[in-house]
Design a protein around this ligand. Structure first.
Ligand code: ADP
Length: 671
């Protein structure tokens, strides 16, 4: 049915009242693109009203996709052979290009023609100024009437009102000719390129009744907005540039600072490195010094020993009173010198880190008794009592460093006797604590002597420090004893303490932990070397009497002379070989009761010579006792000698007493 104009928006309103609720929205008519947010919604009041609602930022592509849905509306024949009212809601449109709009408009034209229908009036809701201007241009092309309203409700109220907002076509629907559009385009060009205030430029181009006047005004407004936008954009760009420049400067500053920090770190690293090197150098210099001292004192002992040995022999000859006085002085001075050299040797050996680190199982009770026995005579010579007070709960057999314990106690007791003129010296050993594995013992040497002033007590452990010069001179001493004692105790994990007063005397004490030895019994009697030696003595006592002959293997002529003099004096015959290979040859020629073997020698050393002799078989007496003479009396050296096949061992320089005892063990003179 064809709706006549008066029905549509005149009396019709009294009979029909259209409303939004009456619209039929079929799902197949609706287009929604969730990706772009574009929508084309269509609805109808069949035969009467066509409602469309568009929205989003619509590119032609999206519009093309929406067209089948619009076609469905017409295909469903709800608007056929009729004039209808159209309401188009553009309030949701963000942007729609000219192509989008043309596509939409031409589709509607095509469909209207196809289904023989026509929109008599179109209410446009929420159109922008530009859209309004454009639609006015297009209205000529599509030959439609457009009425602009703000909202859909407003459109419905116009549709239903008796006086619809129906402006005359001439004033609202604008017809624009091709030449006017060209003219307009030229004007737009002017507007875009001219920099004058466009608000009052309109009068220059179009009179108020010119059809393009309104569009021109819109463009002017847009142009002004654009300019404002460009200005603010320029300003923002400038601000961004300033901020960027600031950021760049800040970054440069940071980079410089980082570099400075890195340089400082490098310098610091260098300093640390230098310090480390300096420390290493200082340590190695100190070690080198100690090595040097150890070596030089070791070298000094050989000639000094010759002095002592020869003096001993000299003293035993017939001397007049003066000669005896001179030789006694010579002897005691040489002894003093030897003591000093021995102390320096010990001290610098410890300093250089040449310390024997293997523990031994030993009988501490026996060791203490031996030490007290050794020192008792010295004490009683001065009218002093030397007493031992040993905890009866102390385990006898323990593991530790007996050599160092002996050295420490001899030193402390010697000092105590030295600096005491009346009263007694007491050695106390107490169990402080005990576990299954170890036992802590506190060892103290107490005297009733001259004491040490409190302010000087911290000095006495320094090397070469002696407090009372007069008494020390009187008593002798090197000033190294306590320094050695302190180092040895520290090596074993303890600390030496001193309490002293000039009235009551001094107490030196230290606490050390020792490992207990499981299942150990008291082996004091059979543990020492004299016992072993006795057995050997029996082995060799059956020797032939021609074996009073000793072969001395030694490359150093001073040592040769000293040993020769001692042995001759004791009644032995002596042959000398200058090295190991000479010795082997000598043994092939003659039988000897004993070989005294130096270790370091040119051509063939003592170890090799011993091995050669032991393997010689019947060529020579391969069972001849061989006794090593070595200056380095460490445990390893001793072990090395035994491994090579030697029987015994004396420390060099060999003292007469030691030599006598050794010969007594191995080669008692057969008459
Ligand atoms: P020295 O060989 O001179 O005894 P030490 O290092 O053993 O060297 O001792 C350093 C100094 O400490 C001694 O010279 C002495 O002054 C003091 N001293 C050591 N022990 C005692 C003691 N028991 N009584 C008093 N003074 C002592």
């Amino acid at each position: 049915m064809l709706m006549n104009q008066s029905q549509g928006y005149g009396e019709g309103a009294s009979r029909f009242s259209y409303s939004y609720d009456m619209l039929e929205f079929r799902p197949e008519w609706q287009f929604d693109d969730p990706d772009s947010g574009v929508y084309y919604h269509s609805a109808v009041i069949p035969g009467k009203l066509f409602f469309t609602s568009l929205g989003g930022d619509i590119p032609p592509d999206a519009a093309r996709k929406a067209i089948p849905h619009i076609e469905r509306v017409f295909a469903d024949r709800v608007l056929v052979n009729t004039d209808y009212v159209r309401i188009a809601d553009y309030s949701g449109v963000v942007r729609a290009s000219i192509n989008t709009r043309l596509l939409y408009a031409s589709t509607l034209n095509r469909l209207n023609a196809e289904y023989n229908c026509r929109p008599v009036i179109t209410y446009i809701c929420g159109a922008s100024q530009l859209l309004k201007a454009m639609l006015r241009i297009f209205s000529g092309i599509v030959r439609q009437r457009f009425v602009f309203v703000d909202t859909v409700e407003e459109a419905f109220s116009y549709v239903n009102s008796s006086t619809p907002k129906a402006e005359p076509v001439q004033s609202d629907g604008v017809l624009v000719s091709r030449s006017e559009i060209d003219d307009f385009a030229a004007t737009c060009g002017h507007i875009l390129f001219e920099n004058k205030d466009l608000d009052d430029a309109d009068s220059e181009y179009y009179s108020p009744d010119h059809p393009l006047n309104e569009l021109f005004k819109v463009i002017v407004v847009l142009r002004n907005d654009l300019q404002e936008l460009q200005d603010s954009d320029r300003m923002r760009r400038k601000e961004t540039e300033v901020a960027l420049e600031e950021a760049r400067q800040l970054n440069d500053k940071l980079v410089t600072e980082k570099r400075t920090v890195e340089e400082k770190e490098k310098i610091q690293q260098g300093l640390i490195e230098n310090l480390k090197n300096a420390r290493i150098e200082a340590e190695s210099a100190n070690k080198a010094k100690s090595e040097f001292l150890a070596n030089i004192s070791h070298e000094l002992r050989t000639p000094l020993h010759a002095v002592i040995g020869m003096t001993e022999l000299l003293i035993e000859t017939k001397l007049d009173k003066d000669q005896r006085y001179y030789s006694d002085t010579l002897y005691s001075s040489a002894q003093m010198l030897l003591m000093l050299i021995n102390d320096i040797l010990d001290f610098s050996r410890i300093e250089a880190g040449r310390i024997d680190e293997d523990k031994e199982v030993f009988n501490l009770r026996q060791l203490l008794q031996d030490i007290i026995a050794i020192m008792k005579e010295k004490a009683s010579c001065k009218g002093l009592v030397l007493a031992g007070d040993i905890d009866e709960h102390m385990p006898s057999v323990i593991s530790g460093y007996p050599g160092y314990i002996k050295q420490i106690l001899l030193n402390l007791i010697q000092n105590a006797i030295k600096f005491t003129y009346r009263g007694q010296v007491t050695v106390t050993v107490k169990v402080v604590s005990e576990t299954h594995q170890d036992v802590s013992l506190k060892v103290a040497v107490q005297d009733t002597g001259i004491g040490i002033p409190e302010e000087q007590q911290h000095l006495i452990f320094n090397p070469f420090t002696q407090i009372d010069a007069s008494s020390t001179r009187k008593e002798g001493g090197t000033g190294l004893g306590l320094a050695i004692v302190r180092k040895l105790i520290a090596f074993m994990g303890g600390e030496i303490q001193v309490t002293s007063s000039e009235r009551d005397g001094s107490t030196f004490s230290f606490t050390l932990a020792f490992d207990k030895v499981e299942g150990a019994c008291d082996r004091a009697e059979d543990g020492d070397r004299d016992g072993e030696a006795e057995e050997h003595q029996e082995d060799v006592s059956s020797s032939d009497s021609e074996k009073n002959r000793v072969l001395l293997v030694e490359d150093n002529t001073i040592n040769q002379k000293v040993a020769q003099a001692m042995l001759l004096k004791m009644g032995y015959e002596i042959d000398i070989a200058f090295n190991g290979s000479d010795a082997v040859e000598a043994l092939k020629r003659k039988n000897y009761g004993l070989v005294l073997m130096d270790l370091q020698m040119p051509v063939m050393d003592g170890y090799e010579a011993t091995r050669t002799i032991r393997q010689a078989g019947s060529e020579l007496d391969s069972k001849v006792p061989i006794v090593a003479m070595t200056a380095n009396a460490t445990k390893e050296d001793r072990q090395k000698c035994m491994d090579a096949g030697m029987d015994d061992f004396v420390a060099k320089p060999v003292e007469r007493k030691v030599m006598t005892a050794m010969l007594h063990r191995w080669l008692p003179l057969s008459s």
